[in-house]
Design a protein around this ligand. Structure first.
Ligand SMILES: Nc1ncnc2c1ncn2[C@@H]1O[C@H](COP(=O)(O)OP(=O)(O)OP(=O)(O)O)[C@@H](O)[C@H]1O
Ligand SMILES: [Mg+2]
Length: 302
């Protein structure tokens, strides 16, 4: 599938997969596709950063390759490794067979049969559907040396494996990087990318997202849920609920056949939106009632 020709088309295509995308985000996505530049998305947890890569892969019908970053992630786990146990077995088998040709064995041991391709190498392989989408998720969790390595990898999209040779992507993958900003990512890397801060959606957009994901939730309840969650986000709590939590909570309320939010229902189900005991303790009881009253007033005024 070719890339959408306009920003509106990007919005429409993403909406078809259930991803609700504001104009600003659609614009950077469009530009990133058009100019072939990596897209760097930063934002709070659960605001749809990872999801956009999945949605794009769906609507462009491309393969999605995900590199989940973590502390200690190094180049070999990101690009390729040799299958050491399989190599050992092959050596033992050759020895048992006796009189193995050393040269042939050596060549076989370092052929593609024994190569474990990790996400960056996978993303360089040709694909008949077109360049894949490479999601480099939660980059802030990796260490700086890995970031430096990535900077180079993103500029030429080729890998040299001494025993095999150089592998180059026929067409560079569509790269999406995400970060929760637990640390600042280096400027040099950011400079190569188009940048967008994914914020919490406003009221109408969050209602739209909830409707796209959980159409069974009634309009009144949806509005109450969103107004309450948005109210919660203005409170002084340790971990604010993201869109993911809104959707989860709505699913719980649906399962409990709730039609109207009440302080009791909220305190019984707070675990779906708040994940820290201190936050739960702070909000349950009187605070929940106050935020709910404000939320209901907001829904009525709208
Ligand atoms: N704009 C949106 N349209 C549709 N669904 C959305 C949108 N934003 C978030 N969601 C929903 O919220 C869920 C969480 O989104 P996602 O996992 O992409 O968050 P994230 O920003 O990557 O969070 P984290 O930083 O915790 O990884 C998704 O499964 C998706 O269902
Ligand atoms: Mg994510």
């Amino acid at each position: 599938m070719t890339i959408p020709a306009t920003i509106d088309a990007v919005q429409e295509k993403l909406a078809e997969t259930g991803y609700v995308c504001g104009r600003a985000l659609a614009t950077v996505v469009f530009l990133s596709l058009k100019l072939g530049r990596p897209l760097f998305l930063e934002g709070e947890a659960g605001v749809g950063k990872t999801e956009i890569a999945k949605a794009l892969a769906l609507c462009l019908d491309r393969r999605l390759i995900r590199l989940q970053c973590y502390e200690g992630l190094d180049a070999s786990s990101a690009v390729y490794e040799w299958n050491f146990p399989a190599q050992m077995i092959a050596i033992r088998t050759a020895e048992a067979g006796g009189g193995a040709d050393r040269g042939a064995l050596q060549e076989e041991l370092f052929s593609r049969d024994f190569l474990i391709e990790r996400p960056l190498l996978q993303a360089m392989r040709p694909d008949e559907r077109g360049a894949p989408i490479l999601l480099i998720d939660e980059l802030d969790r990796s260490d700086e040396p890995f970031e430096a390595f990535l900077l180079e990898a993103l500029s030429d999209f080729q890998v040299t494996i001494p025993e095999i040779g150089t592998i180059k992507a026929p067409e560079p993958p569509i790269v999406i990087l995400t970060s929760n900003r637990t640390r600042e990512v280096h400027d040099a890397l950011k400079r190569r990318c188009l940048y967008h801060w994914v914020d919490y959606p406003d009221f109408d957009r969050e209602v739209e997202i909830l409707h796209a994901r959980e159409p069974a939730v009634s309009e009144t309840l949806s509005k109450q849920i969103i107004a309450f969650v948005q109210g919660l986000r203005t409170e002084d709590i340790f971990k604010k609920p993201g869109v993911a939590e809104t959707i989860d909570w709505a699913k719980c309320l649906l399962a409990l056949d709730v039609v109207d939010l009440s302080p009791q229902v909220i305190s019984d189900t707070l675990g779906a939106i708040l994940k820290y005991q201190d936050d739960i303790a702070k909000i349950s009881g009187g605070e929940a009632g106050r935020i709910l009253d404000e939320a209901k007033a907001r829904v009525e005024a709208a």
